[in-house]
Design a protein around this ligand. Structure first.
Ligand code: SF4
Length: 543
């Protein structure tokens, strides 16, 4: 029986995937790798599949396997190439699939025997038949298939006690056309959906294998209102009903949902707690330049406040480095962000992913930076691959890290948390049922508590916020669970930023970015930060 080792490479910096590691070296990752679990679910009898999440275990190039499968998105590219080269050097048959090879088919030239572009559902049957016949072809082009053929990922093959949050994808695609977005380039703008029954079966599976938080990893969950409303009603009828404990859902939406009170109420009823929204920028010219039209002329403060008033927690993406951005943009973004009732911001430098209209524009203008080893920088994901129009790349890097540092500063978080608490409506979940708390959650809960204790001991600002939040939770028991969730999100992302070097404790105290700080050179590190990071490895931040 052929043995198929499916590997999800570890991205070097991506805080979204950063995990926690125990003193004995055993890691817990943030999100389990749904791509390899989905590929595994298609395997017919006669193919033995083994899943490997590199975030949890190092690669063994002598592993017993007949075929090596690697899936990689853009952030996993460098690692995926390294793994592919290592197995090829051992004479193994290497198969590469995923978003990056779809957008840039030449990226693995000479590094793989079989390329799988597009989505796997459309080619799964032919692929596995050829594998069993010993006749794999050099290319399988999966296209954009109907998602009603997508199976429940093979979570039974994964060690689910070692991931913090489960994951299910209910749709692919987004109708908007932001020019920096590579998602719509590989999954398309016509959104495709799983059926309600498929989604309920998937979340039930995640419930059964022990998750109590589930990320609905859609590109834009609510953009098709009718379908989203139907699915939310189905989730509300499942979550915390029929003797089940309740779980909380996280997802990604666009800001248009904030004007739709009915949709927000349905989200809360279904158990959605955490909505990621690409707010991007206060600079309207940058929104227009990037074709983020859905955010133009929107009263962001009022819209976000409306989300909070429905008992939901917005997490906002901010981006800096558009052509219309001057060196003042970092302070402008900080002032803007501090007016929003948002606990956690995900800040990034504008980059141009391969395959996007922005990349093509930058290429034509001669502004794309040739491949470079960004691991020489701390938080190397904040080094853009383009030359900004109104600042240098280094200034963009420093400004972005200053903005991250200012917005993660405990005092800033506490100010915004109070603004949220003043508006937050209670969640309907506690009145409906009890939290789903299976024994398998014990390890991740313990690690989170250790991480929180470590941050509390090493940072007086964090210690103060924890005490203040505990007082607030006692004073407002009606919103206690949501406050705990907001705190959880901030701490986990703050820890990730500290670990990868995005957060700079001294810069967090400055009123403006230290563009001329000679210490900038010290921010370049000789090697990538190891991932994941030990919970006790964080250095003292401030007295
Ligand atoms: S709204 Fe989000 S998913 Fe949709 S095109 Fe813009 S960045 Fe991409």
């Amino acid at each position: 029986m052929p043995r198929f080792l499916l590997i999800s490479p570890s991205p070097p910096w991506d805080a979204d995937f950063a995990g926690l590691i125990e003193a004995d070296g055993t890691a817990v990752t943030r999100v389990p790798p749904t791509a390899i679990a989905t590929v595994a679910a298609f395997a017919p009898p006669g193919v033995e599949v083994v899943l490997q999440d590199e975030t949890l275990e190092p690669i063994d190039f002598d592993a017993a396997a007949d075929f090596i499968g690697i899936t990689a998105n853009v952030s996993q590219l460098a690692r995926a190439k390294w793994i592919a080269a290592g197995f090829r050097a051992k004479g193994r048959t290497v198969i590469v699939g995923g978003p990056h090879i779809t957008l840039d088919p030449g990226a693995f030239e000479g590094l793989c025997d079989v390329a799988v572009t597009g989505e796997f559902e459309g080619v799964a049957e032919a692929f596995y038949t050829d594998m069993l016949n010993g006749a794999l072809k050099p290319l399988y082009a999966g296209g954009r298939p109907d998602l009603t053929t997508s199976p429940i990922p093979a979570w039974d093959l994964y060690d689910n006690d070692r991931a913090l949050i489960g994951i299910a994808q209910t749709s692919r695609g987004c109708p908007f056309e932001c020019n920096f977005c590579d998602v719509i380039q590989y999954v398309g703008r016509a959104q495709r959906h799983k059926t309600n029954d498929q989604v309920i079966a998937e979340v039930q599976k995640l419930y059964d294998v022990g998750y109590n938080r589930i990320f609905l990893a859609d590109d834009n969950f609510t953009v098709y209102r009718k379908r989203a409303a139907s699915l939310l009603e189905a989730l509300a009828a499942w979550n915390g009903r029929d003797g089940r404990g309740y779980v909380t859902f996280h997802t990604q939406v666009s800001i248009d949902i904030a004007a739709d009170d009915r949709m927000l109420a349905l989200c809360a009823e279904a158990g959605l707690t955490n909505l990621f929204i690409g707010v991007e920028t206060v600079n309207e010219e940058s929104l227009k330049e990037s074709l983020k039209r859905q955010n133009v002329a929107v009263d962001m403060r009022a819209r976000i406040a409306n989300i909070v008033s429905h008992g939901l927690e917005p997490v906002a993406g901010l981006m800096v480095g558009f052509d219309a951005d001057s060196r003042r943009i970092f302070e402008q973004q900080y002032d803007f962000a501090m007016q929003l009732p948002v606990g956690t911001f995900k800040v990034s430098s504008l980059s141009a992913p391969v395959g996007t209209p922005l990349y093509e524009d930058m290429l034509r203008a001669g502004r794309v930076v040739a491949d470079e080893d960004r691991t020489q920088y701390q938080a190397g994901d904040q080094i853009t691959n383009i030359h900004p129009a109104q600042m240098t790349r280094e200034e963009l890097y420093v400004g972005t890290r200053w903005l991250i540092s200012r917005l993660y500063h405990p005092d800033g978080f506490w100010t915004r948390l109070q603004a949220m608490a003043a508006r937050l409506a209670p969640s309907p979940l506690p009145a409906r049922s009890h939290p789903h708390d299976p024994p398998g959650r014990a390890r991740s809960k313990r690690l989170f508590m250790e991480m929180m204790g470590s941050m509390r001991r090493r940072d007086s600002g964090v210690a103060r916020v924890l005490e203040q939040t505990a007082d607030l939770m006692r004073a407002r028991p009606d919103i206690r669970d949501t406050l705990a969730d907001i705190l959880h999100t901030w701490l986990l992302n703050f820890h990730g930023q500290i670990a990868k070097g995005g957060y700079h404790p001294a810069w967090a105290e400055l009123d403006s970015p230290p563009f001329d700080d000679p210490a900038f050179a010290d921010q370049q590190a000789p090697a990538p930060m190891p991932r994941p990071v030990r919970v006790d490895s964080i250095q003292p931040l401030r007295a």
